[in-house]
Write a protein that binds this ligand. Structure first.
Ligand code: GLY
Ligand code: MN
Ligand code: MN
Length: 441
């Protein structure tokens, strides 16, 4: 077992979660923290279930992502309990008996029916902070999601434990296996659907495992920020490939984007190289005490400097930022917190008692407004896109003369560029979790 093996780091992780849970209970005035894993969801007027998604508060404690109708119970000073639903069912695969590095740390009660949990949950129900979705209600145990507890727990989730970082590194390695296979499939001229399949096969994960739907975009499709159509035929000619695809490790997410040009000597490749160099500078700026809002604004200016160099805009980066030209080419946020959820919680949190730090005006899609602190993991994902809808709006706003439209026409067939890494803020230099995984693959 190495120091980066999650199993060797789990006991400390659990101690930290117990401390946080104790404080959340003290603040909300309850005696027990009760966390349902969640239930299956059914399609309307049908007997088909949606893919099960575990309650993030549950997988924070346990490396278990496929255990519906189960419960975690924490009472200060006591060994935590897991009420573990293992039905008798010959239609479906049922969860294995409890096993793995987590088992020794819990009192475990295996139940065969969801309602068997009622006898095991702490009494009275009114003394429980029950954190989950409404649908998890069982008898008197309906999630009450006390605000003071949620605010505290979500805020603290920003500070990843070494166990969590180890799992996030693992997710990076898995995703990078997929990225390598996807690039190879692109170079072979395969379709978006085929590239997606190559990705899933190499990563060993499918739609139910991945932390979000793969974005696999050839040519102009790169200009659709969340393109998930997966065309069945490769376009001709093939020019470019944008892939935004992640992986999961025990419920922790990786979120990685790369962009490739078919022609290694062309101008689009040069634009990719420029964005890649700028992105690495942005990653290097992920330091404690830095306001993420400022990183986002700085990213706008750096990207506009690139577009100026490439002759796409005719004005200074500052002017492009003020006129809205910059927004048309980079219309999303620089990034977001990541962890148990790909867009993790508390990106706007003012404190562990609530409050929201607003986005800067004119930047409606930024998902992180906090000052960076050690232990936070954020994505850094600058992009440049050629999106007709947004470029048309520049004409309507009367700032069309700030753009060289012949240069837009030259780049439009390539769609866009995004480069995305996941970066850990530390006491000192930031740690890019993504680049070492590519270097090692
Ligand atoms: N993959 C979604 C995002 O980058 O935020
Ligand atoms: Mn992202
Ligand atoms: Mn992404």
């Amino acid at each position: 077992m190495s120091a980066t093996d999650p199993s060797s780091l789990y006991a400390d992780h659990l101690s930290e979660l117990k401390r946080r849970a104790d404080e959340a209970l003290a603040r909300s005035g309850f005696d027990h923290l009760v966390v349902p894993s969640g239930t299956q969801h059914w399609q309307v007027f049908d007997d088909r279930d949606y893919p099960y998604a575990v309650n993030p508060q549950f997988k924070h404690w346990l490396p278990l992502t496929r255990l519906p109708y189960s419960w975690l119970v924490h009472t200060p000073g006591r060994k935590p309990q897991v009420i573990y639903y293992q039905p008798r069912d010959y239609w479906h695969v049922v969860p294995d008996a409890p096993n793995g590095w987590w088992v020794e740390h819990f009192d475990i009660h295996v139940i065969r029916k969801p309602e068997d949990a009622l006898a095991l949950l702490p009494k009275p129900a009114a003394r429980c902070a029950i954190v989950g979705e409404a649908q998890s209600a069982l008898g008197d145990y309906a999630p009450n999601n006390p605000e003071a507890a949620i605010n505290y727990l979500e805020y603290r989730r920003s500070y990843k434990t070494p166990y969590e970082i180890a799992l996030m590194r693992q997710a990076q390695r898995t995703a990078v296996r997929g990225h390598r296979a996807a690039e190879a499939a692109f170079r072979e001229g395969r379709s978006e659907f085929d590239i997606h399949m190559a990705y899933c096969a190499a990563a060993g994960q499918d739609a139910n495992d991945l932390p979000y739907g793969n974005i696999i975009a050839l040519n102009e499709h790169g200009a659709v920020l969340h393109y998930t159509d997966l065309g069945r035929a490769a376009p001709s000619p093939l020019r470019s490939f944008l892939i935004d695809a992640g992986a999961s490790a025990c419920g922790y997410a990786a979120d990685i984007t790369r962009t490739y040009a078919k022609d290694a000597g062309g101008e689009f490749q040069a634009l990719i190289d420029a964005v890649d160099a700028a992105q690495q500078k942005m990653c290097a700026a992920v330091r404690a005490g830095v306001d993420y809002k400022q990183l986002h604004i700085d990213a706008h200016l750096q990207l506009m400097a690139i577009l100026k160099d490439f002759g796409v805009i005719r004005v200074s980066p500052q002017t492009a930022l003020e006129s809205g030209v910059s927004f048309a080419f980079f219309p999303h946020g620089l990034g977001h917190p990541i962890g148990l959820q790909v867009h993790d919680v508390a990106g706007f949190a003012e404190s562990d008692r609530g409050g929201k730090i607003p986005r800067p005006e004119g930047h409606p899609y930024l998902r992180m407004t906090r000052v960076l602190e050690p232990g936070m993991v954020v994505t850094i994902e600058p992009g440049i896109y050629f999106i007709d809808m947004l470029l048309e709006e520049l004409k309507e706003k009367g700032v069309a003369d700030q753009v060289d439209w012949s240069r837009v026409d030259a780049f439009r067939p390539y769609g866009g560029i995004r480069i995305e890494d996941d970066v850990l803020c530390t006491d000192g230099a930031p740690e890019n979790l993504t680049r070492p995984a590519f270097a090692a693959a």
